[in-house]
Ligand binder design. Structure first.
Ligand code: DX5
Ligand code: ZN
Length: 219
């Protein structure tokens, strides 16, 4: 199986969201939705009205990336919106004094795929105790908060380490990578062990998004 592509709506044209969701329907595998609260991360993105609207026209699974404090408060609400995948930051669990394993189980009980996210400054080893409970881990290749940042090259090594640990434990946990993904690093990311590539600017700011989607997927 090749890599799955999840364009991030954050880089879409918000005056033409319908058109940009169609680009994902036609050329990609998953629609990635970045929810930012201005507290866990310095930026604010969009919330339920936008997610509910795009859910109506998306034919692809919705992947909700929660960059918010107290993410568990909203698990059910995003599941109701139609999310198939929901991830939260390990930092958010720690800040709220919650056990990430319990939160992952809570997500699964809502019938969604459960994901755990870490920023580039968190040692990847911190993910290892949770790999057995996560359907996927999201390794940030930029600091969460903004689209259009430059890919951090050390991410490749981090992905390979997590992939090796998933194999060692005999698990089926997938690896998603988010931030600064473009045609120039997609192949290396897939080779390092990435299963799901998130790409915002490189898809939606492209002149030919369909061609870029194919190229990112290695087709
Ligand atoms: C950043 C978000 C990303 C962002 C990626 O905090 O999690 O999903 O949209 O954007 P690009 O692909 O432009 O780096
Ligand atoms: Zn994201």
């Amino acid at each position: 199986m090749g890599v799955l592509l999840a364009p991030s709506l954050l880089a879409a044209d918000f005056l033409n969201l319908g058109r940009d969701v169609s680009i994902v329907n036609e050329n990609a595998d998953i629609l990635h939705l970045d929810i930012m609260d201005g507290s866990l991360v310095p930026n604010i993105s969009f919330g339920f009205p936008v997610v509910d609207a795009v859910a109506k026209i998306s034919t692809k699974p919705l992947d909700v990336h929660l960059m918010i404090v107290n993410p568990w408060k909203y698990f059910q609400r995003f599941a109701q919106s139609g999310a198939s995948m929901i991830s939260f930051h390990l930092e958010a669990a720690r800040l709220g004094g919650k056990d990430a394993s319990e939160l992952l189980k809570e997500l699964k009980s809502l019938g969604v795929k459960a994901g755990l996210v870490i920023n580039p400054d968190i040692p990847v080893e911190n993910l290892f105790p949770y790999l057995k409970d996560a359907d996927y881990v999201l390794i940030m290749s930029v600091f969460a908060g903004f689209g259009g940042q430059k890919f951090i090259p050390e991410s490749l090594e981090r992905i390979a380490k997590v992939k090796a640990e998933i194999k060692r434990q005999g698990l089926s946990c997938l690896i998603e990578v988010d931030g600064g993904v473009y045609e120039g690093n997609a192949k290396a990311l897939a080779e390092a062990g990435t299963d799901i590539l998130v790409a915002g600017s490189s898809v939606f700011r492209a002149e030919e998004p369909a061609r870029v989607c194919k190229s990112l997927k290695g087709e």
